[in-house]
Design a protein around this ligand. Structure first.
Ligand code: ADP
Length: 533
C-alpha cells in the first residue's frame, strides 16, 4: 500500500493536452507508462499508445525509472505466498508432532495444570544447561566455599570413587526467599558443567494422585542416566513436611518415594540432590537423616558488604549518581532479589522523571514499594538497627565470657551454635540461659525499655530452664514445682544484669561496630570483650 501507484491513468490525447496546457513539474518514463506531475496532480498514460517523439522538444528533463509500486506489489505477492506456505507447513508439523517435543520449560514455568499428562511428565524432567557462574552470585562467599568440593566432585566423580570418598548425596540450602538459593544451585551446575534438573516440591504433590511418586522416580532415573548431574528441588518442604498431623496420602507417597530413591543411590554415582527451603523446622526428620540431606548450608539475608556487592552487580552498565555504600545501608533486611528489583524500579523512576541517571531520590521513592511488595520482609530503620546492635552486642560479649560457642555475630538472627553434645552440665545450661537473656537485659539497662523482638530468645531460655527442671532434675526439687523454672530464670537474670552493667561501655563499642558492619567475626568480639573490667 505504501508504494501504491497513485497516478491517474488517462488517454494519450488527454496526456498530450496536459503536456501542452499545464506547467509540468516532472516527467518520467517507466517500463509500461509515461508519468507526469503538474505539481498538484499525477497522471500516467500507456507507453505504447503515446508517441515518444512528442516529448523531445519539451523544456524539461525526462527521467527514466522503473515504477517502484509495480515492483513492490510483485514482491508483496511473492511474500504473501511464502507466508501462506509457512503457516500451512507449521500447522501440518504441529498436527503430527508428538506432545513430548514441546519446548523445554524455563526455570520459572511451573505450570502444573497442563492438559496432557504424558507431555507434562516428560517436560518436568528436561535438564537445563545452566550458564550461571559463581561470579554472578554476589557475596555469600562462605556458601560458595562449602560448595567447591561438590563442584570438584561433579567435575570428576571418578577421582573420588577411586579414593573411596563418598560425598553427601543431598545438600539442603536453608534461607529466606530471594537470597539466591536457586541461583546458587544453578551456579553449581554451571561451574561443574553438568545438567541441572529443576523441580519444585509443590509441583510433585499438587497434581493427580499417584503422579508425585511416579515423577520422583522418573526424575531420578533421568538424572542418573545423565550423571554427573544435579537435581534441584525447590520448596522441598512441600514434599518433606513432617508426617503426622493432617494426613496427605499423596504427599506421603511422594516423600516415601524420595526417601527410597535417595537410599537407593550408590555412593558416588555422580548425582547430587540440592534441596531448598525456608522452613527447615517443618521438614520430616527422615529426610534430614544421614545419607539423605545430611549437609545443610544456611544462606542468610545479605549483610552490608554483600549488599554493596549485589548492588554493584545490578548497577553495572546503568548510569547513576549513587553512593553505593549509602544505598546498601538503606536497604537493611533486603534479599538479593529485592535489591535487584530496587534497582530496576529506581531506573524506571529515573526514566519517569526524565533523568539520565539513577539518583538517591529514586531509591528513596521506590524503596518502600519494593519492601512492601514482599510479604514478611524485614526492613529496619536507624532506631531499630540501633536496638538490634545493642541487643546482639550484649549477647556476643556474654557468649564470649560464658564460653558459649559461636563464630560470628550478625545484626539479625540467632548466632549461638547448637553444639551436639551428649553431656551438658548445669552450669553450661545456666550460661546458655544467661546469653539468651542478655539482649533484653542490655536494652533495659541502656534504653530503659523492653522490646518485642526478644521473643525467640526468651522462649529459648525458658525451654532450657523447663528442661532443667522437668527432664534433668537440675532444679531445687527433684520433682520440680511450678516455681523452679521461674527461680532459675530470675537467678540468671539477676547475675547477668550485674555483669552487663559492668560491661556497658564494651557493649556500646561493639554495638557501634555492629551497626556499621552488620556482621562481626569472633576475633573482633574477643578483642572488644577482653577489655572488660
Ligand atoms: P531463592 O531461591 O533463595 O528464593 P533466587 O535464587 O530465586 O532466590 O533469587 C532470585 C533472584 O534474586 C535471582 O534470580 C537474582 O536475580 C537475585 N539474587 C538473589 N541473590 C543474589 C546474589 N547474591 N547475587 C546476585 N543476584 C541475586
Amino acid at each position: 500500500m505504501l508504494f501504491k501507484d497513485g497516478s491517474k491513468l488517462i488517454s494519450a490525447d488527454e496526456f498530450d493536452n496536459i503536456l501542452k496546457s499545464s506547467e509540468i513539474k516532472n516527467l518520467s518514463i517507466g517500463d509500461n507508462y509515461i508519468y507526469l506531475n503538474t505539481g498538484s496532480k499525477y497522471y500516467k498514460t500507456a507507453k505504447i499508445t503515446f508517441e515518444i517523439q512528442k516529448l523531445q522538444n519539451l523544456p524539461i528533463k525526462i527521467k527514466t525509472h522503473t515504477n517502484l509500486g509495480e515492483i513492490v506489489s510483485g514482491i508483496g505477492v511473492i511474500i504473501l505466498i511464502l507466508i501462506g506456505m509457512a503457516v500451512f507447513l507449521r500447522a501440518l508439523n504441529l498436527m503430527i508432532k508428538k506432545p513430548s517435543e514441546t519446548p523445554i520449560r524455563t526455570l520459572n514455568q511451573t505450570n502444573l495444570f497442563q492438559e496432557n499428562k504424558s507431555s507434562e511428565t516428560n517436560n518436568m524432567n528436561q535438564p537445563i544447561n545452566s550458564t550461571v557462574k559463581f561470579k554472578d552470585v554476589a557475596g555469600i562467599e562462605e556458601v560458595k566455599e562449602e560448595l567447591f568440593e561438590i563442584i570438584d566432585y561433579l567435575k570428576n566423580p571418578k577421582k573420588y570413587q577411586k579414593l573411596g570418598i563418598s560425598l553427601p548425596k543431598g545438600v539442603l540450602l536453608v534461607g529466606p526467599p530471594g537470597v539466591g538459593k536457586t541461583m546458587i544451585a544453578k551456579a553449581v551446575a554451571g561451574e561443574a558443567g553438568v545438567p541441572f534438573f529443576y523441580q519444585s516440591g509443590s509441583s510433585f504433590v499438587q497434581i493427580y494422585v499417584g503422579m508425585g511418586a511416579k515423577r520422583v522416580r522418573e526424575l531420578f532415573s533421568k538424572a542418573k542416566a545423565n550423571a554427573p548431574s544435579i537435581i534441584f528441588i525447590d520448596e522441598i518442604d512441600a514434599v518433606g513436611k513432617a508426617r503426622g498431623g493432617s494426613r496427605n496420602d499423596e504427599r506421603e507417597a511422594t516423600l516415601n518415594q524420595l526417601l527410597t530413591e535417595m537410599d537407593g543411590f550408590e555412593d558416588s554415582n555422580g548425582v547430587i540432590i540440592i534441596g531448598a527451603t525456608n522452613k527447615i523446622e517443618v521438614i520430616d526428620e527422615a529426610l534430614l537423616r544421614s545419607g539423605r540431606f545430611d549437609r545443610r548450608i544456611y544462606v542468610q539475608l545479605p549483610d552490608l558488604d554483600e549488599r554493596v556487592k549485589i548492588l554493584e552487580v545490578y548497577l553495572e552498565g546503568k548510569k547513576h549518581q549513587l553512593n553505593v555504600l549509602e544505598v546498601a545501608k538503606i536497604c537493611v533486611g533486603f534479599s538479593g532479589a529485592m535489591i535487584a528489583s530496587l534497582i530496576n524500579e529506581s531506573a524506571l523512576n529515573a526514566l519517569k522523571r526524565n533523568s539520565n541517571f539513577i539518583e538517591s531520590k529514586d531509591i528513596l521513592d521506590v524503596k518502600d514499594k519494593v519492601a512492601l511488595g514482599k510479604r514478611k520482609i524485614r526492613s529496619f530503620d536507624e532506631k531499630e538497627k540501633n536496638i538490634l546492635s545493642v541487643y546482639q552486642a550484649a549477647k556476643a560479649i556474654s557468649a564470649y565470657w560464658l564460653d558459649i560457642e559461636f563464630d560470628k555475630v550478625t545484626l539479625m538472627g540467632d548466632f549461638i551454635l547448637d553444639v551436639d553434645k551428649e553431656v551438658l552440665s548445669k552450669s553450661e545450661l545456666n550460661n546458655k540461659i544467661k546469653v539468651y537473656l542478655s539482649g533484653a537485659i542490655a536494652l533495659d539497662i541502656i534504653f530503659k525499655e523492653k522490646y518485642t523482638h526478644c521473643v525467640e530468645d526468651i522462649k529459648k531460655a525458658t525451654n532450657i530452664a523447663k528442661a532443667m527442671c522437668e527432664e534433668y532434675a537440675m532444679s531445687k526439687h527433684i520433682i520440680s514445682n511450678g516455681n523452679d523454672v521461674e527461680e532459675i530464670l530470675s537467678k540468671a537474670l539477676k547475675e547477668q544484669r550485674e555483669f552487663l552493667e559492668n560491661t556497658k561501655e564494651n557493649i556500646l563499642l561493639l554495638a557501634k561496630k555492629l551497626f556499621e558492619k552488620e556482621k562481626l567475626s569472633k576475633d573482633i568480639i574477643i578483642e572488644v570483650s577482653k577489655n572488660v573490667f
